[in-house]
Design a protein around this ligand. Sequence first.
Ligand code: ADP
Ligand code: ZN
Ligand code: ZN
Length: 727
Amino acid sequence: MSKLVTIAVPCPLRRGFDYLWPDTLQLDPEIGMRVTIPFGPRRLVGVIIATDVSNDIPSHKMKAVLKVLDTRPTLPPDLVELGCWGAEYYHHPIGDCIQQMLPVTLRKAEQAKEKPAQYWQCSDQIHRLPPLSTRAHKQRSLLAIVQQSGQLSRRQIKDLGYSNNILNPLIDGGYLSKADAPSANTAHLQAEKPTLNREQEAAVGAITATLGRFERFLLDGVTGSGKTEVYLRAIESCLARGEQVLVLIPEIGLTPQTLQRFEQRFPANVSTLHSGLSDGERLHNWQKIQSGEHKIVLGTRSAVFTPFNNLGLIIVDEEHDASYKQQDGWRYSARDIAVKRGSDHHCPVVLGSATPSLDSLHNIAQSRYRLLELRERAGGASAPSIRLLDIRNESLDEGLSKSLLDATTRTLNAGNQALVFLNRRGFSPQLQCHSCGWLANCQACDAKMTVHFGRRELRCHHCDASEPLPTICPQCHNHQLIYQGPGTERLELSLRRHFPDVPIYRIDRDTTSAKGSMQSLVNDIRTGKPCILVGTQMLAKGHHFPDVTLVGIVDIDGGLFSADFRGPERSGQLLIQVAGRAGRADKPGTVYIQTHCPDHPALQALVNSGYQPFAQQLLAERRLFSLPPISFSAVIRADATSLQGAEDFLEQIKAALPLGDTQWSIVGPLPAPMTRKAGRFRAALILQAERRSLLHTQLHTACHIGDQLNKPQNLRWSVDVDPIDLF
Ligand code: ADP
Ligand code: ZN
Ligand code: ZN
C-alpha cells in the first residue's frame, strides 16, 4: 500500500491536504521537502508537513504527488513546526504560512541555483590611472572604502548605499578589478573594542550566562547608550560556543554603519536578509546560513524564518518598531515569533529598545522578561534637553514658529546642524478653494489629496491615485486656491528661503525612493558641515547624526489624539527616537517641540520625566481599562464594495459568537474611521479576552463561520491577532 503525506498547499484554505506517495518517486518522504502536486486544474508546489499519515479516504479517490523537488528537506523540521504553530496562532492558512517562509526562488518548481557572489578590490594598476575628478564624490568615497576593506562584494557595496551607476564606471575605468573570494585578511578590519561601562558589563554578563537555555531579556537603553556594543559582545560569546546568531532590525534600520560594525567585528561571517536584495542574493544568503558557513544573520522581518544549523542567540533591535508586524496576508509579529524560536531552540532572546513597547514593559512587570538597563549614554555623551514651544496664538511661517527659526539660526551660526521633523510628506496635506470652499478629495477614499508641488500633482497617500495639480477651482473656476498646512516639501522650501546659503537635505519617501539615495544623503550630512535636515519618520530610525544639536518637532499633536488607543504610545516613541538622533559627548542636543497643547498630561510626562515614566503612565491606563497588553485582542476586518456588505458579513460572525461577559468582549462591526479606501468600504469587529486561550477559541469559531458563510462577491476578510492597529 502507498504511503500518505500531508502537504501545505499555497491556497486560502485553513488546512493541509493528504496525497499518495507513489513508489515511483524512489525516495522516502521527509518533512520539509518540496513537491509538485495536482490541485484542482493546476499544478502547485507544496511542502510536506507530515509523513506516515492515515485517513479514511479510499486510495483510488486520492491524488498522488507528481514530483519531489528536493533530495533533502528545504525547510528543516523545526521551521515546518514553527509554520504550523504560526498558522494556528494567527488563524491563517498553513499553505500560505509555509510558502512565505521560503525565499521566493524556492516557491517555484525550478531547481534552486546558487548565485555566486562577485567581489571587487582596488586594481594593481590604480596608481597609473588618472585620479578621479574631484566632482565624482561618490566614486571617490566608494574607492576609499574598497581600499580600506580589501574586498567587497557587489551586495556589500549596494548595502553601503552605492548603486551600480557609481560602481560600474570604477570597474570600466580599471580602478577596481575582480577578486576571487573574500580573503581571510579582512581580519585586519577587526575594530578596536571599547571598554564596557558598568551597565554594559552587567548586561553582557547576564546574557552570556544564559547561553544554552531559553531566557528573555529586555535591554532598555537610551539611544547611544551602547546597546549595539552589548549585542556585539554577546554575539562574540555565542560564536565562541560554535553557535549561530539571529539579529533582527527594523525595515529601514539596516544602515551601512550598522552593517559595517557587524562586518568589521565578525569578518566573513555575516549574511544580510532584507527587502533590498534580489531573489538570488536572498537565496544565496539563506543557504549560507543553513549550511552553517555563515554564523550571523542581520535581517528584517522575514529573516525570523531563516533556517539555522545551530542557533544560539536571538537579538531583536528596536523591538517596539511597527515594521516587525506584517500588515497583510499572514499578519505575524517577527518579534513575537523570535521569542517563540528562542524557546524552540533553547537560547536567550534579547529585545532591545530606547523606547520599549508597552507589551515588553508589561512582560517585565509580570516577571516574564528580565530587565537590563543602560541609563547613561556611552562614552560620556549627555541626553538632549527637551522644551515645549507653545504655538497657540503664535503666527507661524509655513508651520515654523519664530522661536524655532531663531534657534535654527543660532545652531547654524555655531557651526552645527539642525533637524526639522514633521511626519507628513508632500507640500501640503490639503488644497482648498478660498472662494467656494471646495476641497481636493480623493475619488476613491474618504481622504484629502496631498499637494506635491514639485511634481505639480495631487496624490492620495492611501490609494496612490494622482491627478495634475489644478490651477483654478474645478467648482467655481476661481484662481484663489490655498494650501492648508505644511508637509516636508513645503518646510524645505520655506527653510531655503530663510537660509539661502545653507545646504538643506530633505529625507522622506519622495526623496529617498531610489536605492542608495538615502545613504548618499547621509554620507553628505556626516561630513559635519552646517546644514538643515528636514524629514519624516525616516529620520527617526537607524541613523545617528552626531553633528545635529537642534531637533525641531513641527507638529506632534495629531498622534496624541488619534482614534487608536495606541496613538500616544507611538507618538511618544517617535518623539523620543527623533530626539535621540541628536548630540554627542562634546555637543549636547536640544529638542524643541511645537505644540498647541503644552498642558497635555502625556506630553508633560514625556518632556519632564522621560520615556519610562510616560510609558508606565500609559500602562496604568491600559490596566484600568483592561486593554492590551493586559488583555488579548484580535480584529476581524472585512471590506467590500458597500459598507452594508462588509458590516453584514461581520454581523453574521458576531451572531455565532457568545455575548460579551466579564472575561470576553466583542465590539462592532464598526466602520473604519476612514471607511472608504481605494473604492472599498471597510469595517471591523474587535475581539478582546482576559485569557489568550479564550480568544483563540472564539477566533476558531469565527474563522469556521467566516469560511462557511455565503459572501457577497468581492468581499475580502482577514483576521489579525495581536493587532497594532484597530482598523
Ligand atoms: P545604541 O545601540 O544604544 O544606540 P551604540 O552601541 O551604537 O549605542 O553606541 C553609541 C556609540 O558609543 C557608538 O559610537 C559606540 O561605538 C560608542 N560606545 C559604545 N559603548 C562604548 C563604551 N563602553 N565606551 C566608549 N564608547 C562606547
Ligand atoms: Zn471654488
Ligand atoms: Zn485615495
